[in-house]
Design a protein around this ligand. Sequence first.
Ligand code: C5P
Length: 292
Amino acid sequence: MISAIGKAKVNLTLDILGKRDDGYHELATVMQSIALYDRLVIEPASDLSLELMLRSGVSKWLPNDDRNDVLRAARLLQKRFGITSGARIQLHKFIPTQAGLGGGSADAAAALLGLNQHWQIGLSQADLLPLAMELGSDTPFMLVGGTAICRGRGEIVQPVSAALRKHLVLFKPPGGLSTSRVFQRMELTQMGNCYTDRFIAVVDSKKDDPFDYMNNHLQDAAFKLLDELRIFADLLQQRGVRQWQMSGSGSTIFVVIDEKEQAQQLRRELTPPSWWSFVTRTVDCGAELVLS
Ligand code: C5P
């Protein structure tokens, strides 16, 4: 039996730089892995199958056919390397869906890593990166993890060596947001300024707090699509919470905090009824094989 974990991410910055000919947007973003994991358990089998282990209040529904990111990764490996054997895969889901936390990409990265081991294909992380790129814009980052600047449509990953150690409180309303819908809603006039470069310059200078320089170009569009996000953001401002932001295309809003106890207290005080919330911390690597 093989077990692999895929970790969620938050975007500390997200700059949309322009629209590309292939329909995607050119972006620059600082991505950060966090200690919120999905777990894959892989066992030998002649056919390929996937069983979803969902948690109520986290994920309502996910496809378990070939639209699922785990099976897309499995089929890609089978096809590319002529694998004829299967695998019985269980996906234990802890990362909420449509949350801007990269759950699907985290699952794809964990599947690449776990099935590479299971089928003894012998690929290195460098070999897996181009396959990850085919599966989604965020998937290469999910293999590398830690803190990284990602460019292009998100697939060009440049690790940042400075360790940003913080606790985070994640807050997510019951409703999710589809990435493509948020991109469509975004006003192109908001694009341009590169907060990502400024954030990294502050990290390098070690003088200021980089978390004072977070920014997300998709936030306004998401707030227009989901009113409760804007109301929650107003609440954070009224309460004097300074370091908060939406992750990716939403719908998660995260708050950055130094101490775990403070984070737990903020979670207790501020989580609106029916919202999902979680206290976590930054971590310095992505998908991993785990001994079980
Ligand atoms: O690559 P991925 O499947 O994660 O992207 C989901 C959707 O998000 C795309 O179909 C596209 O509508 C939008 N997107 C974009 N520009 C990016 C990344 C995603 O427009 N750089």
